[in-house]
Design a binder for this molecule. Structure first.
Ligand code: PLP
Length: 402
């Protein structure tokens, strides 16, 4: 069988602008710039916005982009075509998914998540519970205990598939099946999965899925989030964020809200057109890769990194699962002075990031990181750690974004 996928990732690496003298192990947090993005954005600004002005909504197809581009992401997460839409930020999409899911299970009050979930997901759930004021309970349990807390009280299981700190990977199909057996629904946050590994929301049974496009998907800072709603639910979903572009007839300007057809109803307001242009350039690359190839390469890179760092840096403790089948595409190490150590790594040309309280996090993105990069990164990190290059006041100065 032949397909048009790029199998040699040196070709995709050449499609990114990567700063000189920097090994970028942070594509899990903010993907780098696809070289084609600058021209694509410039075209959107000068030819579309500049010359078409308001006619761009129709003539340049701006209004359709949140669904057409979302379908390209849909392929990466195993969604049925026509069941994803882009817009807003991930925090907003979490709120939207949870509100819709709770509405579909009206007689139950428990929302279950785990302590490894990203704080914003938990904060949004807290805010929604407060505004609904119907006695919902948010249960937060350790990640390894989630399965034990799925029972017949559960309304919604809300999890992030890959833990942002440790990279621990939840078994999405198994936990979703358990939630369904208990009569509950499952929402999956794919922030650290989409573009990192092959996800299959349709066959995995996810009721809702959400994710962002500025991490592995390289859509750029401020790129919109996506939401997936399973076909069996979409026509019964009542959007809590009932904005005009999710209305059945936005340009009828009716006084009351009527939800739009299918996934259209999960739109809220005006699409971020310039951000979508950047995302389009990135998706031109993603359209040409197979997630199975990405996963194979990612496992090789993370394994090489763990072996190299562990051999040279006994002061670092692996915080990620050792079994590649149980981790996403990042590797984290614990170190008491992790913040300073990461600042020193960055100063010496290896960019990862720090997550409180003591996690040094490195992301592996086969589209533009190869084995040679990992070899070099391991050598630099080893020198920073062995020679205590991090032990300087300048590296302890905390910046606003860590
Ligand atoms: C990155 C991330 C977010 C960020 O949300 P934004 O609204 O896009 O800032 C939320 N949840 C998870 C799980 C994340 O990893």
């Amino acid at each position: 069988m032949t397909d048009n996928f790029i199998r040699d990732f040196s070709q995709t690496k050449a499609m990114f602008h990567l700063p000189d003298d920097m090994i970028y192990l942070d594509g899990n947090s903010l993907g780098p710039l696809p070289k084609a993005a600058a021209a694509r954005i410039n075209d959107c600004v000068t030819r579309e916005w500049g010359e078409m002005v308001i006619t761009g909504w129709n003539r340049a197809g701006w209004m359709a982009q949140p669904t057409t581009y979302a379908d390209r992401i849909g392929r990466l997460i195993g969604a049925e075509p026509g069941h994803c839409v882009l817009g807003d930020t991930l925090s907003v999409k979490v709120f939207q998914a949870l509100a819709a899911a709770l509405d579909l299970v009206p007689d139950r009050k428990v929302i279950l998540t785990d302590s490894g979930n990203f704080p914003s997901d938990i904060y949004m759930a807290e805010g929604l519970i407060k505004s609904l004021d119907r006695g919902y309970e948010l249960k937060i349990v350790p990640p390894e205990d989630v399965a034990d807390h799925i029972n017949n009280d559960l309304a919604v299981l809300m999890l992030t598939q890959v833990d942002y700190r440790t990279g621990r990977l939840h078994d999405m199909p198994a936990l979703t099946a358990a939630a369904h057996d208990a009569g509950a629904l499952a929402i999956w946050d794919l922030a650290h999965s989409a573009g990192a590994l092959a996800v299959d929301v349709a066959s995995g049974g996810a009721d809702f899925a959400v994710g962002c496009t500025y991490k592995y998907l390289n859509g750029g800072p401020g790129a919109p989030a996506f939401i997936y709603v399973a076909p069996r639910h979409i026509d019964r979903c009542q959007p809590a964020l009932s904005g005009w572009l999710g209305h059945a007839a936005p340009f009828a300007f009716e006084p009351g809200y009527r939800p739009g057809t299918g996934i259209e109803r999960m739109r809220v307001g005006t699409p971020p057109v310039l951000q979508l242009a950047a995302l389009d350039a990135s998706l031109d690359i993603w359209d040409r890769v197979d997630l199975e190839d990405i996963r194979t390469a990612s496992i090789a890179l993370t394994q090489q990194f763990i072996d190299g760092v562990e051999a040279a840096c006994p002061m670092l403790t692996l915080a990620s699962p050792r079994d590649p089948a149980e981790r996403g595409s990042q590797v984290s190490f614990r170190f008491a002075d992790g913040y300073a150590a990461m600042q020193a790594c960055i100063a010496h040309g290896v960019v990862g990031d720090f997550r409180a309280p003591d996690i040094m996090r490195f992301g592996f993105t086969p589209l533009f990181i190869d084995a040679d990069d990992v070899t070099k990164a391991v050598a630099i990190i080893s020198r920073v750690m062995q020679d205590k290059l991090w032990d300087a006041p300048a590296f302890r100065q905390k910046a606003a974004v860590t």
